[in-house]
Structures are given as structure tokens and as C-alpha cells.
Design a binder for this molecule. Structure first.
Ligand code: THU
Length: 156
């Protein structure tokens, strides 16, 4: 038997410590959360991706009375990004969420299904995607979706 340990490096920043590029992405994610359609959960999530061509594309969660038909902010953003910029790759994503008009204090991380979707766009890009998880008290940064999804499913 061989034991393998998979570890994840998470860099925890205060907002002011972020680079200008990350701050801009976070602000786009925060702004996008205003466009959430979340009458059921009241949890307003925004995601913004930075593309290799410099464009920033954002999305927000869109819920539906038939619950499983709703879509998370992250998938809204990456699907829209690839649908509108098919020749560009995704370099970074920022995520922010608010409830009752207040941004979450702890960093908000993508759900499992979104991690799987993000993994594929990371593969298309051929390099680790920077993930910036905004919280009002701390901002967590992870380099690479693979680190958020150990032992991931991948056919590629
Ligand atoms: N949600 C996201 O948009 N992203 C995530 O990674 C987790 C959850 C949305 C789905 C639903 O509209 C609401 O947040 C509550 O779960």
C-alpha cells in the first residue's frame, strides 16, 4: 500500500493586499452579484472571469422554481465567456456573494459542479486558473482548479 497526500495551498489576503488586476476582478464579481436572480435562496452570487484577450466577463446565479434548473454564478460566467469569446482562454475567476445586502465575511468558494466545469476551461487554457474567493474579512487565492478538486474526473 502506498499513501498519497494531496495538499492545497491557499493564500489568504486582506483586500488591500490584492494586486490591481485582482481588485478589478473582485469588483466585477461584486457588481455582477447585483444581477443575481435569487428569489428562493436570497443568496446573490457574482463571478467575473479575466480572459487571455483582456476582456472581463461576469455572471450571476439564476434560480428557477424548478430548483435544479437554476445555474450558479460561476457557470453562468464561464459559459457566457466561452460562448462570446470562443478563441480566448480563461486566466482567472473571482467570486463574491451577498445576502441581506451584506457581502459574506468569509471567502465564498465554488460548489462541486462548478469546480468540475471550471476544470475543463482550465484544461482548455493549458495553465492553472487563478481563483480569487472574496470575503469581506479575507480573500483566499488558489492557483489552479485542480487544487480545488483533488482526484478529479477528467477524460482529457
Ligand atoms: N451558488 C452559486 O451561484 N455558486 C456556488 O458556487 C454555490 C451556490 C448559488 C446557487 C443558488 O442560486 C444559491 O447560490 C444558493 O445555493
Amino acid at each position: 500500500m502506498e499513501e498519497k497526500i494531496i495538499s492545497t495551498k491557499i493564500c489568504v489576503y486582506s483586500y488591500n493586499e490584492l494586486s490591481e488586476a485582482d481588485k478589478i476582478l473582485v469588483e466585477n464579481a461584486k457588481k455582477a452579484s447585483e444581477n443575481a436572480y435569487a428569489p428562493y435562496s436570497k443568496f446573490h452570487v457574482g463571478a467575473a472571469v479575466r480572459l487571455s484577450n483582456g476582456a472581463i466577463v461576469a455572471g450571476a446565479n439564476q434560480e428557477n422554481a424548478a430548483f435544479p434548473s437554476g445555474t450558479c454564478a460561476e457557470r453562468t460566467a464561464v459559459y457566457y465567456a466561452h460562448a462570446t469569446h470562443p478563441d480566448a482562454t480563461i486566466e482567472a475567476i473571482a467570486i463574491a456573494a451577498s445576502k441581506d445586502g451584506e457581502f459574506q465575511r468569509k471567502a465564498v468558494a465554488p460548489c462541486g459542479a462548478c469546480r468540475q466545469a471550471l476544470l475543463e476551461y482550465e484544461h482548455l487554457a493549458g495553465k492553472p486558473m487563478r481563483v480569487v474567493l472574496y470575503g469581506a474579512d479575507e480573500v483566499c487565492v488558489v492557483e489552479g482548479i485542480a487544487s480545488l478538486l483533488p482526484l478529479c474526473f477528467a477524460e482529457f
